[in-house]
Design a protein. Structure first.
Length: 167
């Protein structure tokens, strides 16, 4: 890929990661583990943030082969039964995962050339080129960053500012 496009992709995907990170940092403790919608599973703030980071990490890998998120995270997110982790992850856990994903993203995008971008990525739910997968990932991260900001707003907390581009 041309360095200019790689830079553009990093600045926008990095901005989405920054917005996710800012929402995690802004979340008060009383909102962290409370269901965003009463009676609904998988709507807790921490879980949405974890889900987003897990798939960002996976999609940056481009394959399930050899993929393992950093400790303390496991592969439960891939279980078709919808199993969630045994305990809520802490803000500290997810802040470290954000840093891991940000560095991995920067490195992967920096090293992506045309051949790497065209490589096919096969998942049970998706068959796509690696380059397009990164755009899907950008949309996924921004979707959930927006969802987390809405949860903050609905619970009377000011959402963090918009990030136009990563540095």
């Amino acid at each position: 890929m041309e360095p200019t496009f790689n830079n553009i992709l990093w600045r926008q995907l990095g901005a989405a990661i920054d917005m996710l990170s800012n929402a995690v940092e802004a979340c008060p403790e009383q909102v962290w583990s409370a269901p965003a919608r009463e009676g609904h599973r998988h709507t807790e703030f921490w879980y949405i943030a974890f889900h987003t980071l897990f798939f960002l990490d996976l999609y940056l890998s481009g394959s399930l082969d050899g993929f393992a998120p950093p400790a303390p995270f496991g592969l439960e997110e891939l279980d078709p039964a919808g199993i969630i982790p045994e305990r809520p992850y802490t803000k500290h856990d997810l802040t470290k995962y954000v840093a891991h994903c940000r560095e991995k993203c920067r490195s992967v995008i920096r090293g992506m050339n045309g051949h790497a971008a065209e490589r096919r990525c096969h998942f049970d739910w998706l068959d796509i080129s690696f380059g397009e997968l990164q755009l899907v990932s950008l949309r996924h991260v921004q979707h959930h960053a927006g969802q987390l900001n809405l949860i903050l707003r609905q619970t009377g907390n000011a959402p963090p500012r918009w990030v136009k581009a990563a540095e």
